[in-house]
Design a protein around this ligand. Sequence first.
Ligand SMILES: [Zn+2]
Ligand SMILES: [Zn+2]
Length: 285
Amino acid sequence: MNWTNFHTHSHYCDGEGHLEDYIRKAINKKMFAIGFSGHAPVDFNSYWHMKKESLDEYLKEISDLQNKYSKYIRIYSGLEVDYIPGIIGPENFRERQLDIIIGSIHYVGQFENGENCSIEDTKEEFDRGLEAIFNNDIKKLVGTYYARMISMIRNDPPDIIGHLDIVKKKNHHNRYFHEEDKWYQDLVTEVIKAISDSNCIVELNTRGYYKGFTREFYPSKWILEKCLKYDIPVTINSDAHHPDDIDNSFNKAASLLLNIGYKHVHIFDMGNWHKVSLQENGLEI
Ligand SMILES: [Zn+2]
Ligand SMILES: [Zn+2]
């Protein structure tokens, strides 16, 4: 159906499949647009970011494919950029003239050896960081996560806020915290207020849900309800790491948004973001 997805990862970073595989799949599914958002290169060791030397080739391939498939689908260039204050952020990639920058927080704090602590990779790393960096105080870890997000929104705003509440990824069965807790809701509310003062768009990211990492989408329903209250624009993305996931759970995401009261989503097209009408089985474009 007439979907768009601006959050996809190919073999250039930690995804499977070539860019063209994604495009063919998207055309098969009669999607309106697809955006590529490889993990932007970083200056530290990482197995899941794009290599610095691949970036030019990645952008060139996107541009070639735009020409090749221009009759069939809109194709947009982008990166998912980590925000680590003083180390990396969307501003490092603005000169590349990308169509879309997704800004994401995957790390909070550093270990003594200078290694960044990921909050969404393994539970072992999460636990190690919680103990070594945050003295086993989950409020401090979560507080740092959302403080980083606010800093990104205010100082280096991306087009899209990536998976807003991915800090819940390891929180199965409320192992670390309850989303109903006031301290947690207060932190998220501060983020939503910051977003409402910016031009950032929030993505409803279906990946945690369809991979079985989380019970709900990123972000949770109550957060989306709050976003609507603050009139914050949303877009639906699947954070696909395989072409088969290009529209995974989009119908469910659309019904959730409609159920909450969202009547529109935002899509990128021809250099700008536009508001389009949302239906359960696709967008009215
Ligand atoms: Zn991410
Ligand atoms: Zn991603």
